[in-house]
Design a protein around this ligand. Structure first.
Ligand SMILES: Nc1ncnc2c1ncn2[C@@H]1O[C@H](COP(=O)(O)OP(=O)(O)OP(=O)(O)O)[C@@H](O)[C@H]1O
Ligand SMILES: [Mg+2]
Length: 212
């Protein structure tokens, strides 16, 4: 499966969720490749700052030819996660065309919902030639003990794309993980690790497959 985290909005959690999802899938024993499609190279920096190798491979591919170049590389892996850049629509489009599933992280702010418009449009365009591409929203950085702002939840309902059931809360351990670790490694039995695990189950359900 090829899963792309995409949003032209900066800072909504594309890189964090890509890394945590890649780690979680790899834990199941699958061979996982993380494509760093962001010219900022955040996922590659994360990889470089690690003391040991992660459970998955990280390859930089910040170019609008991912959909052409990835199939060859992907042959050696069971699953691929693409971390898309903000703003660079050409690369985002290429990542979306290359994918089976596009996840749009949305923080509980109406700005993120408005910013999702463009990504939803690109998914719609891609589906003209690739109707099998699925898309979904995932709430990230939800503040614990608050309900998602009604505005955000109802604004998301205006789109045809579903919202994944599991929201990833604002967690210190996820921000700490940005310097070369993962929440699963730092706190294997913690709440963040559990949310990531539940998120992968939501993805399996959405894609109608039993296991990674
Ligand atoms: N669930 C979370 N809990 C706490 N901090 C988070 C969470 N998700 C992301 N962050 C933090 O928010 C910041 C932005 O996250 P991240 O870099 O993953 O977003 P992004 O969408 O990849 O950004 P960009 O658009 O710049 O590539 C980072 O400092 C990250 O550590
Ligand atoms: Mg990023």
């Amino acid at each position: 499966m090829i899963i792309c985290f995409s949003s032209l909005k900066g800072g909504c959690g594309k890189t964090s969720l890509s890394i945590h999802l890649a780690h979680e899938i790899a834990k199941s024993g699958s061979r996982v490749l993380l494509i760093d499609a962001d010219p900022q190279g955040s996922a590659s920096d994360w990889n470089a700052s690690r003391e040991d190798k992660p459970l998955f491979s990280v390859i930089g591919m910040a170019q609008p030819t991912i959909h052409r170049d990835l199939p060859d590389l992907a042959r050696d892996y069971d699953h691929v996660v693409i971390d898309s850049p903000p703003r660079v629509a050409k690369i985002a489009r290429s990542g979306i065309i290359a994918s089976n599933l596009v996840l749009i992280p949305v923080t509980p702010s109406s700005y993120d919902v408005w910013a999702a418009d463009e990504t939803v449009e690109i998914i719609g365009e891609a589906q003209i030639t690739r109707p099998d591409i699925k898309g979904a929203f995932v709430i990230n950085r939800k503040i614990v003990n608050t309900s998602i702002g009604r505005e955000v939840a109802s604004a998301l309902k205006e789109y045809e794309l579903p919202l994944l059931k599991t929201a990833i809360n604002q967690r210190v351990v996820i921000s700490e993980a940005s310097n070369g670790s993962t929440a699963q490694e730092l706190e294997p039995t913690g709440k963040a690790a559990n949310e990531i695990r539940l998120l992968t189950l939501d993805i399996l359900r959405l894609m109608e497959v039993d296991q990674w």
